[in-house]
Unconditional design. Structure first.
Length: 342
């Protein structure tokens, strides 16, 4: 008995797998008990999900089987059959859309015709059933392999997604962070303020501007590596005093700020006085090579609904006054005392 499988065929419309060519003798016998059906281009034989009890043989023309998803579309030609599971197990759910590519003829074989086929040539039918069952098993195994490969691909894709997400999160964090001190930078501050407004976080806030006194002299006398260490230690003080809702930031150079949760002047001044007291204590332990320097602090309360430029102008006015008085101190400015922002 001659038989063959067309290349590229996969799961067929009946769910049984690769389309297969019947030998001429087989086809002729099947056709004698089946019912001929004329089809026209574009005519749909059945839809995916339909229940069916009929097997189809292609006598003339071509049939397209589309199983959907990423499975390849198949084209069946003369003496090929499809949908046999509908015949063999009855009311089988079709696994594909079957459409006539052009005009042609099909042979439909239902339960009554199959019974007559059994009576005429049980040996041939037994051979056909063995081949069909083997094809079902092989294609189910192939489907399992495909699903395993797909699962592996999905797992790999998820792993890549996790890695990419981690990299993006790390990149986003890096563009917010000052490389030298590990505090937030100006960009991080701007993004933080945007997020606060988006969340309508309207709790009271205070602002400290912190500027190193005579920092240029430290760089000139001891070099930039020593200067960097001093800045890192100032950053450490701000980080240690900041609470979970506070925001320490290096604005650039030797200028820092600390945005704190506060309702009144005393709340803000506790932060500022801690910074001044800590730097003064460390200065008393100073060695030949400095690890810290004196700082000046400008402090004020800010309106959570206001603008950063207004906040900065007020705190900067206070910082200017602390510097004018010799530095190494904190100065407070009330809203009425601050100049307007440019």
């Amino acid at each position: 008995m001659q038989r063959g499988v067309r290349d590229g065929a996969g799961q067929d419309a009946g769910g049984s797998g690769a389309a297969e060519v019947l030998a001429a003798r087989e086809f002729d016998l099947f056709a004698t008990v089946g019912r001929e059906r004329v089809v026209h281009a574009g005519e749909r034989i059945f839809r995916r999900g339909d229940l069916g009890e009929v097997m189809y043989l292609v006598a003339e023309g071509r049939i397209e089987l589309d199983s959907g998803g990423d499975l390849p579309v198949k084209h069946l030609g003369p003496q090929e059959f499809f949908g046999e599971l509908g015949l063999l197990i009855g009311e089988h759910t079709r696994g594909a859309d079957a459409v006539a590519v052009g005009d042609g003829r099909l042979v439909e074989l239902g339960q009554a015709g199959f019974q007559r086929l059994l009576e005429r040539d049980p040996v041939l039918v037994a051979q056909f059933l063995r081949r069909s069952i083997t094809r079902v098993v092989l294609n189910e195994q192939n489907l399992i392999r495909q699903l395993r490969r797909r699962n592996q691909d999905l797992e790999a894709a998820l792993d890549n997604l996790h890695v990419t997400t981690h990299q993006l999160s790390r990149t986003e964090a890096l563009i917010r962070i000052d490389e030298l001190t590990g505090l937030y930078n100006r960009r991080g501050l701007a993004l933080h303020l945007q997020e606060r407004r988006a969340l309508a976080a309207g709790a009271g806030m205070g602002l400290l501007l912190v500027d190193c006194d005579r920092f240029k002299q430290v760089n000139d006398d001891h070099g930039h590596l020593v200067g960097d260490r001093v800045l890192q230690n100032i950053a450490g003080i701000l980080r240690s005093v900041a609470g979970t809702d506070d925001f320490p930031c290096r604005l650039g150079g030797d200028e820092f700020c600390l945005l704190v949760s506060a309702q009144q002047r005393e709340d803000v001044m506790r932060y500022a006085e801690f910074v001044i007291a800590t730097t003064r204590s460390l200065l008393r332990l100073q060695q030949a090579v400095p690890t810290i320097c004196a700082v000046s602090v400008g402090a004020c309360l800010v309106d959570p609904e206001g603008d950063w430029n207004d906040w900065y102008a007020r705190a900067d006015a206070a910082l200017y006054e602390a510097k004018r008085q010799g530095g190494n101190r904190v100065h407070w400015v009330d809203e009425a005392d601050a100049p307007p922002a440019d």
